[in-house]
Design a protein around this ligand. Structure first.
Ligand code: AKG
Length: 288
């Protein structure tokens, strides 16, 4: 893999790719050794917190990593939310006021199965209500950081190029337990992919630790299966969403927000994009 670095990133090309294909991979944004160090530390924290296998086998999860690290570790982890290229792309898509929706760790251990195809919040909500899905608004730009090397075999994020123009792939169950889809066309296209993707429509966002795939929230995507014997795959999802969107009532991301005390210790750039904190919802949400 070519050894690029952050300074060599071609932001104009990234912008065109994000528009056209719905995703772009920014390579080597963080030195690989530093990214691996982050990944190891996060696995340690998830182990201490018993966060592995809690919801699904061989799957570990930590909502908003900054709420779990020591303040002395902030400098190590801040590059995940201060990357200038990401902010450039996010600003272009979401405008002046955008929010950070969290920094959620996803640890996918050997043997973990792939996740279902979906688009990100809030698009599934529109489909599920039977409402028209807005075509000309970007609600979310998702960023999936690679803190280990990501390969097809160890469960790299899988994306369907150009699918941010194809409707919402989410599947849900109705009151009778029947599977529901946005429409028949989506059901058929999704079925082909979920049944083994014989035409190789999905691409794997592969890259070395320290790279990040930035994608439109409407892109059909899933976390791949980790079919390796012993390769850990650790990523961090840093979604950004429009300033006017509401983290709980609409985005369902309120449990991924920073704590008030954590926001207070962050640099101004981060404070500015954390419009809400987890305590805003403390009556109704589980503490993270
Ligand atoms: O690759 C991953 O860890 C999952 C990405 C994902 O499903 C998401 O961003 O919603």
């Amino acid at each position: 893999m070519a050894a690029l670095n952050r300074e060599k990133t071609n932001i104009d090309q990234a912008r065109v790719e994000l528009d056209t294909y719905g995703y772009t991979i920014l390579r080597d944004q963080i030195p690989r050794e530093r990214a691996l160090q982050m990944g190891s530390r996060l696995m340690e924290i998830m182990g201490e917190q018993n966060r592995v296998g809690e919801e699904r086998p061989r799957w570990g999860h930590l909502p908003c990593l900054y709420n779990f690290i020591d303040p002395s570790e902030d400098d190590l982890f801040l590059p995940l939310i201060t990357n200038p290229h990401i902010h450039n792309l996010v600003h272009e898509k979401l405008g002046d006021s955008y929010q950070l929706g969290g920094a959620n760790v996803v640890w996918r251990q050997p043997g973990v199965e792939s996740y279902g195809l979906h688009a990100d919040v809030p698009l599934g909500w529109f489909a599920e209500q039977g409402l028209p899905v807005p075509q000309n608004i970007t609600f979310t730009i998702q960023c999936a950081w690679m803190l280990t090397d990501f390969t097809y075999k160890n469960g790299a994020t899988l994306l369907l190029p150009n699918s941010h123009h194809m409707g919402i792939p989410n599947m849900w169950l109705d009151d009778d337990g029947e599977e529901r889809f946005m429409n028949e066309r989506v059901r058929l296209l999704r079925k082909e992919i979920e049944d083994g993707d014989p035409n190789h429509r999905l691409i794997a966002a592969e890259g070395m630790a320290g790279s990040v795939v930035v994608f439109h929230g409407g892109v059909w995507h899933r976390a791949g299966a980790n079919v390796t014997e012993n390769e850990q795959r650790v990523g961090v999802l840093t979604p950004y969403f429009a300033g006017w969107a509401e983290p709980k009532y609409g985005m369902d991301l309120h449990e991924s927000l920073l704590r008030d005390s954590v926001r207070a210790r962050m640099p101004d750039q981060v404070k500015k994009m954390c419009l809400h904190v987890i305590e805003d919802y403390e009556d109704t949400s589980k503490p993270c």
